[in-house]
Ligand binder design. Structure first.
Ligand code: GSH
Length: 224
């Protein structure tokens, strides 16, 4: 694993993020870290070459996935758990609206993406689909589940969106939407029927802390 950035040789070490530039789960966490202005050391894990399955990495994360956040002796290996952890440790600026109804809806949107859309395009799932049905099935499978997931989102957000998913407030919903839109682009999903998601995606992607977290701006960026 290639380490970049400075290391802090003290007992309170800089946070480390084990990440892969193209991983949408890592991308979420990078946006939250940038938004909250938390400095961290980027540790690249090359998913393309299978580095997540190395013995060294498995010792850190038995799930063999990124992201993993290491904050001194705290190791968290799930993007949603990491986002919640960062929110509790660094409450300002918040990832949630103050309003309790909107807060619940933000979590609903987040869970829809992190639990019902993204896992179906995970590398291990796509490899299995390809083994069962060939490379064409792999692409069709990814497109199908992104489209059906987006249909529900487009409908739900129609009643809530402004510039961002929830009015004018940047929230965790925007943080998970942008990487999922990145996956849609990667899998050549036709976005014609998702004008709202497209518009929100453009507004969110223009924010400086979102740009900073994009795959292109990571030390391990490779073209895809
Ligand atoms: N629930 C986990 C899922 C993590 C996950 O699936 N990460 C993907 C990248 S987005 C991964 O590491 N895949 C490796 C593989 O499929 O071999 C999270 O949200 O962090």
């Amino acid at each position: 694993m290639k380490k970049t950035g400075e290391q802090q040789p003290s007992t309170t070490e800089k946070i480390k993020l084990y990440s892969f530039c193209r991983s949408s789960c890592s991308w979420r966490v990078r946006i939250a870290l940038a938004y909250k202005g938390i400095p961290y050391e980027y540790v690249a894990v090359d998913l393309a070459s299978g580095e997540q399955f190395s013995e060294d990495f498995k010792k850190l994360n038995a799930f063999s996935t990124v992201p993993v956040l290491v904050d001194n002796d705290i190791v968290i290996a799930d993007s949603f758990a990491i986002l919640e952890y960062l929110e509790e440790k660094y409450p300002e600026p918040s990832l949630f609206p103050a309003d309790i109804r909107k807060k619940a809806l933000v979590r609903q949107v987040v869970n829809h993406i992190v639990a019902s859309i993204q896992p179906l395009q995970n590398l291990t799932v796509l490899k299995r689909i390809e083994a069962l049905g060939g490379p064409e099935e792999r692409l069709k499978w990814a497109q199908h589940f992104i489209k059906s997931g987006f249909e529900a989102l487009e409908l739900l957000l129609t009643a809530e969106a402004g510039k961002y998913c929830f009015g004018e407030e940047f929230t965790m919903a925007d943080i998970v939407l942008v990487p999922q839109l990145g996956n849609a682009e990667r899998f050549q999903v036709d976005m014609t029927n998702f004008p709202l998601l497209t518009k929100i995606g453009e507004a969110v992607s223009a924010l400086p802390y979102v740009k900073e977290a994009s795959p292109q701006n990571q030390p391990d960026f490779v073209t895809f």
